[in-house]
Design a protein around this ligand. Structure first.
Ligand SMILES: NC(=O)c1ccc[n+]([C@@H]2O[C@H](COP(=O)([O-])OP(=O)(O)OC[C@H]3O[C@@H](n4cnc5c(N)ncnc54)[C@H](O)[C@@H]3O)[C@@H](O)[C@H]2O)c1
Ligand SMILES: [Zn+2]
Ligand SMILES: [Zn+2]
Length: 395
């Protein structure tokens, strides 16, 4: 089968690989029909995850058709069309039982921190991912969900990660009616978080980035006010001025470890003197009001970052952060998508054949051609291949 293969930092290629096979009775093999490239893939593509082995297949956002099931699988059967959450969860551990599927204790043996994630290095369990024609899906009775009747497959695909992540970002901000919410990052995750902030009662939503076409998308997709941080002298001062000098009620970090805007952070992050650049987090802490909430979904690795702990304690900030508990949000988000309140596929700007995955990474990582979300279509999946820029936002 064809699969994306990691060669070295900044280099992936499409290659022939052996078909995955059932390795445990609760496995399924899924024939991938759509896969996406995520902002998290950019971190791994750039070599920022420690145990990323040559030859591994990336891809944690995918939909497909069940091709084969192990002997104990009962929740899905051959031929079912499924979406598969990016976290691999056992469904029965201390954490899964509480709906904390992103913190499952059983799918990344030996780690007390990260759960297993498809295509996300041996640091996250060593599972091959879905930017391929076929993928092995462990705990097939837990993760895969049959795509509801009437749901567009591209929307289903975006329910595997960015939509629950953005929604959870807003939820973790504990937004109250009338709140002002600032979202750092106008990538797919930040745009969904900004859009979802309204669902939780926000009165004002402000999105910060430095890429104008993405800020334009924030206006159209998330109905947000926008700030280009390179166009203002001091972003924290600017945000305070916009919020009666008290600061925002809620700030969301949807940027993570490759944040721009502070040369010191950026260089020390690249040199691994800290676990990536935590500039967006620092801006969130400094521009939220006293007693405000900061929600982090941008990804950072261990061991640690230079962060403004003094501001956090003296301002009395509540911080919440997590990997998305995708499965927990699927019932609610399916309702939103089927009702039309959320239409995440509006964020898709590029649809490429899987064979062009290397170009896809280059374009997405460098934000070329007005790229927001890129999806990949394997050769044997029925498809309509088109490229183009954003044009069909809801108003
Ligand atoms: N917690 C989770 O479960 C989860 C799930 C998916 C993605 N993520 C993470 O969320 C983050 C965003 O993902 P994405 O797909 O939207 O990525 P993306 O790379 O498309 O978007 C990041 C955006 O942040 C902007 N940016 C850079 N520095 C900034 C700064 N200082 N202030 C404001 N904006 C800045 C970039 O220009 C870019 O538009 C990544 O770190 C990704 O790993 C987390
Ligand atoms: Zn992701
Ligand atoms: Zn579990």
């Amino acid at each position: 089968m064809l699969a994306t293969v990691y060669k070295r930092p900044y280099k992936v290629r499409i290659e022939e690989k052996p078909m995955p096979r059932i390795e445990h009775p609760n496995d399924a093999i899924v024939k991938v029909t759509r896969a996406a490239i995520c902002g998290s893939d950019v971190h791994i593509f750039h070599g920022l995850l420690p145990d990323t082995r040559v030859g591994c297949t990336f891809g944690h956002e995918f939909t497909g058709i069940i091709e084969e099931v192990g002997a104990t699988v009962t929740n899905v059967k051959v031929g079912d069309r499924v979406l598969v959450p990016f976290n691999i969860s056992c469904g029965s551990c201390f954490f899964c039982k509480q709906g904390l599927f992103g913190n499952c204790h059983n799918t990344n043996a030996g780690s007390t921190m990260g759960t297993g994630i498809y295509g996300y290095s041996h640091t996250c369990g060593g599972y091959d991912g879905g930017q391929a024609e076929y993928v092995r899906v462990p705990f097939a009775d837990v993760g895969p969900m049959i795509i509801p009747e009437g749901m567009d497959e591209e929307n289903a695909l975006l329910l595997t990660d960015i939509t629950p992540t953005g929604y959870q970002a807003a939820e973790m901000g504990e937004i109250k009616n009338g709140d002002t919410v600032v979202v750092f990052g106008a990538g797919p995750v930040g745009l969904i978080a900004a859009r979802c902030a309204w669902l939780f009662g926000a009165h004002r939503v402000i999105v910060v980035d430095h890429i104008d076409y993405r800020l334009e998308a924030a206006k159209k997709f998330a109905f947000a006010e926008t700030v280009n941080f390179t166009q203002v002298n001091d972003i924290i001062q600017h945000l305070k001025q916009m919020t009666d000098w008290l600061g925002a009620d809620v700030c969301i970090d949807a940027v993570g470890c490759e944040a721009k805007g502070n040369k010191f952070d950026f260089i020390t992050g690249k040199l691994m003197l800290q676990a990536g650049s935590a500039t967006a987090f620092e801006w969130a802490v400094n521009s939220v009001r006293k007693n405000g909430h900061v929600s982090i979904v941008g990804v950072y690795g261990p061991p640690g970052n230079l962060t403004p702990l003094g501001s956090i304690i003296n301002k009395g900030i509540t911080i919440r952060a997590n990997q998305a508990n995708v499965k927990r949000y699927l019932p609610r988000l399916c309702e939103h998508v089927l009702a039309g309140t959320l239409n995440p596929k509006e964020l898709i700007t590029h649809r490429l054949p899987l064979e062009e995955v290397a170009e896809g990474y280059h374009m997405f990582a460098n934000k070329l051609d007005n790229c927001i979300k890129t999806i990949l279509i394997p050769p044997r999946a029925s498809s309509q291949l088109t490229t183009g820029s954003v044009g069909t936002f809801l108003h």
